[in-house]
Design a protein around this ligand. Structure first.
Ligand SMILES: Nc1ncnc2c1ncn2[C@@H]1O[C@H](COP(=O)(O)OP(=O)(O)OP(=O)(O)O)[C@@H](O)[C@H]1O
Ligand code: SF4
Ligand SMILES: [Mg+2]
Length: 343
C-alpha cells in the first residue's frame, strides 16, 4: 500500500502544501507531530478533532504566527510556490492579510473597540494595496455592502463595540477579504454566533469562495458544517492527522475508529457551548504514548478484535492512502477491517 501522498489535488498543483510539520513547547514537549496538509485552489478543507488536538496551533504555524511559547521545529510549508519557512518577518507581514487571511472565533475580541469599522477594514487596503484615504473608504463601503451589511456608509463610521456578533463577524470577513487573499484560515468562525447568524456567515463564506476563487481552511467542532461546506476533511488527534479524504465519503463510511466515534458523538445533542459530545476516555495523555497507536487506550475496535492488539500496542500506524485521495492511520484499515467485520 502506498504511503499517503497527495501532491496534486484536482489535477493541479495545490495552493498550500504542509509536510511533516512539527511544533514543540519550549520545554521540548511536542504538540504537532508530523502533520501533512494539502489545500487545492478553490478548495475548502476542514480540520476537525477534539479540543486540544492541535487544530489552532497548526493554523497558526502555517501562517508563522505561533505564540512565543511554541516553535516550529521541523517541516516544510509551501504556499502558492513560495517557501513560507524561509521567509523573513517583513516578507511574512506582506503575505499575511494580502495573500493569507485569518478569521477567528470571537470577532468582537479581534476588532479594536476604540477604532471605527472603516479604519479596520481599510487597514489591509492601505497596507497591501497602497490605497489613499478616499479610495480606501469607497472600497470599504463596497466591501461592507458585499458582506451584507445594511447602510454600509453609515456602518463604516461606527465603532466596533456598537456591532452585534454577527455584524462584527461580517466586518471581520470584509477585512479578511479586502486585499483579495488566496487562502482564508477560519478558526471556529461561527462558534460564538447563534444558529441563524451561523448559517448566514457560512453562506457568505461560500459566496466569497465563488466570487474570489478562494481556498479555505475551516476549523470547526461542528460536523454538520463540515458536511455542508468542506470538500475534504482532515481529522486530528494528539498532534497527528488520523484520517484525511473527501468529506462526503468520510461522513458516509469513516475509516478510522476515532472518526467514527466523532461522527457518532456529533449525531447526539451538542453540549451547551456547541462543542461535540465527548468520546469515552481522554486524549490528553495520548501525546506521551511512544509505542503503538495513540488512540489505542480509547479504541473500541482494538478491544473487540484481539488479533489487532499486538500491532496496535507496539507499532504506530502510518498515514496510508487506501483509496483515491483518502488516507487513514490505522492498522485495521490497512488490513481491510471495519467495525462491522468484527465477530
Ligand atoms: N500558547 C500556548 N502555550 C502553551 N501551550 C499551548 C499554547 N497554545 C496551545 N497549546 C497547547 O497545544 C495543544 C494544541 O492546542 P490547540 O489550541 O491547537 O488545540 P485545538 O485543537 O485548537 O483545541 P480547541 O478545539 O479547544 O480550540 C494543546 O495541548 C494546548 O495546551
Ligand atoms: S491502529 Fe489499532 S488502536 Fe489504533 S485506531 Fe486502529 S485499530 Fe484502533
Ligand atoms: Mg482551537
Amino acid at each position: 500500500m502506498a504511503v499517503h501522498d497527495m501532491t496534486r489535488v484536482n489535477g493541479s498543483a495545490p495552493l498550500l502544501e504542509v509536510r511533516k510539520l512539527r511544533v514543540s513547547l519550549e520545554s521540548g514537549k511536542t504538540v504537532i507531530d508530523g502533520v501533512d496538509l494539502t489545500i487545492g485552489r478553490r478548495e475548502v478543507v476542514a480540520l476537525v478533532g477534539e479540543s486540544g488536538s492541535g487544530k489552532s496551533v497548526t493554523a497558526l504555524a502555517l501562517s508563522r504566527l505561533l505564540p512565543a511559547a511554541l516553535r516550529m521545529t521541523s517541516g516544510s510549508i509551501r504556499f502558492d510556490g513560495q517557501d513560507i519557512v524561509a521567509k523573513s518577518d517583513a516578507e511574512l507581514n506582506r503575505l499575511r492579510g494580502a495573500e493569507i487571511s485569518m478569521l477567528f472565533q470571537q470577532p468582537q475580541v479581534m476588532l479594536d473597540p476604540t477604532s471605527r469599522v472603516q479604519a479596520q477594514v481599510a487597514e489591509p487596503l492601505r497596507k497591501h494595496r497602497g490605497l489613499g484615504r478616499r479610495q480606501a473608504f469607497a472600497r470599504v463601503v463596497d466591501l461592507l455592502r458585499s458582506v451584507g451589511i445594511p447602510d454600509p456608509a453609515v456602518r463604516a463610521r461606527a465603532f466596533s463595540y456598537q456591532l452585534s456578533g454577527g455584524m462584527a463577524q461580517r466586518v471581520m470577513i470584509a477585512a479578511a477579504m479586502a486585499a483579495g487573499p488566496k487562502l482564508l484560515i477560519a478558526d471556529e468562525p461561527t462558534t460564538a454566533l447563534d444558529v441563524t447568524v451561523q448559517a448566514q456567515i457560512l453562506r457568505l463564506l461560500k459566496e466569497e469562495r465563488e466570487r474570489h476563487d478562494l481556498s479555505i481552511l475551516l476549523i470547526t467542532h461542528d460536523l454538520s458544517i463540515v458536511s455542508a461546506f468542506a470538500d475534504r476533511m482532515a481529522v486530528m488527534y494528539a498532534g497527528r492527522i488520523l484520517e484525511e479524504g473527501p468529506t462526503q465519503e468520510i461522513m458516509r463510511r469513516p475509516a478510522h475508529p476515532y472518526t467514527r466515534a466523532l461522527i457518532r458523538c456529533s449525531l447526539l445533542v451538542p453540549e451547551s457551548d456547541g462543542k461535540l459530545m465527548s468520546i469515552p476516555g481522554s486524549g490528553s495523555q495520548a501525546l506521551a504514548i511512544k509505542e503503538g497507536c495513540r488512540f489505542a487506550p480509547r479504541c473500541t475496535l482494538m478491544r473487540e478484535y484481539p488479533g489487532l492488539r499486538t500491532a496496535c500496542c507496539s507499532r504506530e500506524p502510518e498515514l496510508e492512502q487506501f483509496a483515491q485521495h483518502w488516507a487513514c492511520r490505522c492498522h485495521a484499515t490497512a488490513e481491510g477491517l471495519q467495525e462491522g467485520d468484527v465477530a
